[in-house]
Design a protein around this ligand. Structure first.
Ligand SMILES: Nc1ncnc2c1ncn2[C@@H]1O[C@H](COP(=O)(O)OP(=O)(O)OP(=O)(O)O)[C@@H](O)[C@H]1O
Length: 304
């Protein structure tokens, strides 16, 4: 569990983080979103023990980040929004340097480099210098540097910026792979459409304040379904609320509804059968995915 409590950070004359509190579950992938200047980079830097807040606490498991910055660096991986790579070193030398700096024994470095390069599909670039690589490959080397010591929490600031759609897709796959290995990820990004593919949670920052924390993925026991009728049926909401297996979340114009059902597919089939037996002209009955971009825009517009 990562806990941030009542965090305040100030640059001279500017409060960049104002009483920010949240919790992140282990094994989650959380999107950190918000308009330019909202405080995302500042928050990530504080969590990485690179900047010191005025007040508040940050805990990564049982490590107090402000009190134990060195211990914190051992368990986190951090990718800065404007990362740099040593231009005169080869990829292998860059990774060896970072591995040693992270305290990996010299004799264990080749195995650590091999493992991380295999995961990031850059094994064939080890003897090249960063200047000879495309932006997407340089990004991979930078991520390899950030995770070579197998951190439990990875903080990534705008990792997808400047990447083409294919590279962004591969990045999403990589994040899911890291999650499967047991890592927790906090990813700041403006590309909301893609965050949806891998995020379990979303934190929305605005003007230094946390305005929303959303669980993006549905719970295991229940699933939201969208129901669309070919034509309107009077009192649709009343008809649906009478069915015991359904929890009505939303009904509009007697024609569209969002309902919550059991995640059990047999029970979902039984509900569809019951709807048809009521002679409802169902033309769409499908899982309703929560649109991250809509949720974000709604949040940002709602708050003054
Ligand atoms: N070194 C600094 N000195 C003074 N003010 C700063 C400094 N760095 C950031 N700020 C200000 O702090 C606020 C938060 O900046 P931050 O970079 O954390 O936002 P952000 O959400 O990451 O923005 P973006 O999406 O544009 O990267 C902004 O108003 C910014 O101008």
């Amino acid at each position: 569990m990562i806990t941030v409590d009542k965090l305040i950070f100030e640059y001279p004359g500017l409060r960049a983080l104002d009483d920010v509190s949240f919790r992140i579950n282990q094994g989650s992938i959380t999107a950190l979103v918000g308009p330019n200047g909202a405080g995302k980079t500042t928050l990530l830097r504080c969590m990485a023990a690179l900047d010191r807040p005025v007040s508040g606490t940050i805990a990564i498991g049982d490590i107090d980040v402000l009190e134990q910055p060195r211990e914190c660096h051992r368990v986190i991986g951090y990718l800065s929004d404007f990362f740099g790579l040593y231009q005169r070193l080869t990829v292998r030398q860059c990774l060896h340097f970072v591995a040693r700096a992270q305290g990996i024994a010299d004799s264990e470095c080749p195995a650590a480099i091999h493992a991380v390069c295999r995961r990031l599909h850059i094994e064939d670039r080890l003897e090249m210098r960063p200047g000879e690589l495309s932006r997407g490959l340089r990004q991979r080397v930078a991520i390899a540097q950030a995770i070579i010591h197998k951190p439990s929490l990875v903080l990534l600031d705008e990792p997808a910026s400047g990447l083409d759609p294919e590279a962004r897709h591969e990045l999403a796959e990589l994040f899911l792979d890291l999650q499967r290995q047991g890592m927790t990820l906090l990813v700041s990004s403006h590309i909301l459409a893609e965050l949806e593919a891998y995020c379990t949670d979303m934190l929305v920052l605005r003007k230094g304040r946390l305005v929303e924390q959303v669980a993006v993925k549905q719970t295991q026991q229940h699933q939201s379904f969208k129901l669309l009728l070919a034509q309107a049926v009077p009192n649709l909401a009343d008809i649906l609320t009478r069915l015991p297996e359904i929890e009505l979340l939303k009904a509009e114009h007697d024609r569209v509804a969002v309902i919550q059902l059991s995640a059990d597919t047999q029970e979902q089939h039984a509900v569809l059968k019951a709807l048809l037996e009521l002679n409802l002209p169902v033309c769409e009955f499908a899982p309703a995915t929560r649109n991250l971009q809509d949720a974000y825009l709604q949040t940002i517009r709602q708050r003054p």
